[in-house]
Design a protein around this ligand. Structure first.
Ligand SMILES: [Ca+2]
Ligand SMILES: [Ca+2]
Length: 540
């Protein structure tokens, strides 16, 4: 099926939805649910196609099998950092504030595939979460023969399967989920929502680190849209949004957020939207514990998009009309509880925690499909076929555009300020850029898809998913001048030597790369990188 922009796309979505709606209440006009609109397609790039509801790709599903590679002599992947702050990637956007930023270091040299997890050609593999101990959790689904085979799979850091468990509701019915698992500080895993083939039988569940079910919660809501809403952790609770956006029918049916007790799964509260808008993604949590939810407009229901601030007790504090609203782009919250939104019309806005709009930046791209990433005072935004816009988060001023003409989707940023992103294009291009704007590396996955992911599992270990597989890419990190995989005090002597006498450095560390001394990521190694190097070590 071909999907085009604008009103034609909406019409096609309705066809998709109607075709899928094998509802027990066939004939009920409310079986028309809202699917996320496809990403905008560049002219000449070919139409986005959808194999599963709401999942669009720009390329044939055929994909080259990455080879297993041997590491260069003298280099081993790191497992941590001296600060002890690299704690995996425990949820989709790394943390409850959805920053997409990790204290670990991403790969600074050309990455190479180390392993690929791909159960079989008919199985979808969704986005990963990574526990502090390195265990990788991912949901999968096969719908072959009309049978729902949804699983939660735990992988060792080397990509081998640790365990896997079928996702079922309390009646034993097979359910599946595109949601990224959430890992708490005790190593327990949460999935919300899992559902049957037609998005009914909604189930949230938690398993312990061995895969045993701790609890299930089934709200008993019918025909909810639950494709990409992403839950996040709050203090003692899981916040999981759920949507009830019927195109027709009962306008009193509203999207909502559940706060579920982490130990028992019991709902602590349910907040229901005062508007007939649509939640295509989940909430974010600020430092003060408030919950932020952004919605998509729903013209068929006469609703604008809104930004909501909800108190920890579940009461609405304020809402702001944000016009077109967001697609798969939950809010991003900074340390002052200011909020960043990238909307489906291509405009980035910052709001104060009081609901005042502080600035906006129009990318002129007409669409933003994924959330921005926040690293300190830098905000990076993927604009539709207009590159990665790098903004000053304080002022909204455009600093630079990386990969102009591309459409960046999933992003991650690291402690050095490097930025990594996966583009929605026919070849599925992934880039690593230094903070100074120099491209450090690039590769093609062979598949540009609307559900893609990038996570930094640990120093130098990048996980990339494209809904068909999950691949780990390894490479050395900036500042690792003795090439042991980590950055610590043992790198000081070789770092200083690399600056003072590059020839002698090359003789003493023949297996290592002097270019790793370029911490600033501007393509040159000079004295200005030294202060940044000591900052990586934790010196102020
Ligand atoms: Ca080192
Ligand atoms: Ca530099």
């Amino acid at each position: 099926m071909k999907l085009e922009r604008g009103g034609v796309a909406l019409g096609c979505m309705l066809v998709v939805s109607a075709a899928l709606a094998q509802s027990p209440r066939a004939g009920d006009p409310r079986v028309l649910t809202v699917m996320p609109p496809p990403p905008a397609s560049a002219s000449g790039a070919g139409a986005a196609t959808s194999a599963l509801p709401g999942v669009y790709s720009l390329a044939p599903a055929a994909q080259a099998e990455p080879a297993r590679i041997a590491f260069a002599a003298g280099w081993q992947p790191g497992l941590g950092n001296p600060g002890g702050t690299a704690g995996g990637w425990p949820m989709r956007a790394h943390d409850p504030a959805n920053t997409g930023h990790t204290a670990a270091l991403g790969p600074a040299l050309q990455v190479e595939p180390a392993w690929t997890f791909r159960p079989n050609a008919g199985t979808q593999v969704w986005r990963p979460a990574i526990a502090p101990d390195g265990t990788i959790y991912v949901t999968t689904v096969s719908l072959a023969g009309g049978v729902v085979d949804g699983r939660l799979v735990a992988l060792f850091p080397d990509g081998s399967v640790k365990w896997q468990t079928a996702l079922t509701n309390s009646s034993g019915l097979g359910v599946w989920s595109t949601a990224t698992p959430v890992v708490d500080g005790d190593g327990n895993i949460y999935v919300a929502w899992a559902h049957d083939r037609d998005f009914g039988n909604l189930t949230a569940l938690s398993v312990d680190r061995s895969g045993s079910v701790r609890w299930r919660f089934e709200p008993g809501l019918e025909l909810e849209f639950a494709l990409h809403q992403q839950p996040v952790l709050g203090p003692g609770v899981l916040y999981a949004a759920v949507d009830t956006s019927f195109i027709f029918g009962d306008l009193s049916l509203r999207p909502s957020i559940f706060a579920l007790d982490l130990v028992t799964g019991t709902p602590v509260w349910r907040w229901i939207s005062p508007n007939p808008d649509t939640f295509m993604d989940g909430p974010a949590v600020g430092r003060d514990g408030h919950i932020y939810q952004a919605s998509a407009s729903n013209p068929a229901r006469g609703a604008a998009g809104y930004l909501y601030r909800i108190r920890p007790d579940g009461d609405l504090e304020w809402s702001a009309n944000i016009g077109a609203g967001v697609i798969q782009a939950p809010p991003v919250i900074d340390a002052r509880d200011d909020i960043y939104i990238g909307d489906s019309a291509g405009v980035v806005s910052k709001y104060s925690s009081a609901g005042t709009r502080l600035w906006s930046h129009d990318t002129l791209a007409g669409q933003i499909y994924y959330p921005p990433v926040l690293n300190g005072t830098r905000l990076t935004v993927g604009a539709a076929f207009a590159g990665l816009h790098v903004l000053d988060a304080d002022t909204g001023m455009l600093e630079t555009v990386l990969a102009p003409g591309r459409y960046p989707f999933a992003q991650a940023s690291d402690r050095a300020g490097d930025i990594f992103f996966y583009c929605f294009d026919a070849t599925g291009t992934v880039f690593g850029f230094g903070r100074g704007g120099q491209q450090r590396w690039t590769f093609n996955t062979g598949l540009g898809t609307s559900v893609n992911s990038i996570a930094i599992a640990a120093n130098g270990r990048l996980l990339v998913g494209n809904a068909g597989s999950l691949t780990a890419y390894f490479a050395p990190v900036p500042g690792d001048l003795n090439c042991d995989g980590d950055v610590d005090q043992r790198d000081i002597e070789p770092y200083l030597l690399s600056l003072a006498d590059p020839v002698k450095y090359g003789q003493r560390y023949p297996q290592c790369q002097r270019s790793l001394a370029d911490i600033s990521g501007d393509g040159t190694v000079d004295a200005s990188d030294l202060a940044l190097f000591f900052r990586l070590l934790g010196f102020r």
